[in-house]
Ligand binder design. Structure first.
Ligand code: SAH
Length: 219
């Protein structure tokens, strides 16, 4: 086992179990989502200095001015994405540290994950490899362009907030597909779920959220 995969006090399975119990109390009901989060060691995705706080319900820094999403938001977004059943191809924008990617990879057939900050993508790739999750494709690039080579997608999950729904992502949704995405300016964002029907896009609004901005271009 890799050194950073070894359990340490505050990152034990019991600590993770408490997180799962809290998520149920907060209204997460999809048992498959809870099971995937129970199976995923969240602490390995963070620097050692923060690992002891990995299971708190809070966003934490992962470097480059970015944050790992809080457990409740990861659970909620995954639950909203999977509500209509099994998904084969899912596009994720904003790999970040790779935690959300790890949860998704256990629940869908294939994840295509795009990140615009190269060192974050490299690190995430190592962690996910250590966890032996092999059904993930990585791309370093600008997520506002989606990943046309593999489109259309049955699901799209976006982990950074644009001011409006990105046109290319809407176009890369399959009919019947869903996109879960935070939308709005800093301080005024809501979680939205877009469903593509044969002739329209249906939009539902959920929780008020706080995400880092969705930025164009690469770093
Ligand atoms: N789910 C990730 C969230 C990380 S924060 C986690 O829990 O670690 C959001 C991430 O989105 C950052 O890594 C940021 O670099 C990335 N991002 C923002 N805009 C992007 C874009 N247009 N294309 C690709 N990645 C983007």
């Amino acid at each position: 086992m890799m050194p950073h995969l070894q359990g340490i006090g505050m990152t034990s399975p019991r600590t993770r179990e408490r997180m799962i119990k809290r998520l149920s109390e907060q209204g997460i009901t999809n048992q498959k989502v809870l099971e995937a989060m129970r199976n995923t060691p969240r602490h390995i995705f963070m620097d050692e200095a923060l690992a002891s706080r990995a299971y708190e319900d809070t966003a934490l820094p992962i470097g480059f001015n970015q944050t790992i999403s809080q457990p409740y938001i990861v659970a909620k977004m995954t639950e909203l994405l999977l509500a209509s059943g099994h998904l084969s191809k899912v596009l994720e924008i904003g790999t970040g540290c790779g935690y959300q990617t790890a949860v998704l990879a256990q629940l869908v057939d294939h994840v295509y994950s795009v990140e615009r900050i190269l060192p974050l993508q490299k690190k995430a790739q190592t962690y996910l490899w250590d966890l032996k999750l092999k059904n993930i494709g990585f791309m370093y690039g600008d997520g506002s362009l989606g990943w046309p080579d593999y489109a259309p997608f049955n699901g799209i999950l976006v982990s950074a907030a644009p001011l409006a729904l990105p046109e290319q992502l809407l176009q890369q949704m399959a009919v019947g597909g869903v996109m879960v995405i935070p939308v709005g300016p800093s301080g005024c964002q809501t979680l939205q779920r877009v469903t593509r029907t044969p002739d329209a896009y249906k939009i539902e609004e959920f929780d008020a959220v706080t995400f880092v901005p969705f930025l164009a271009g690469k770093e």
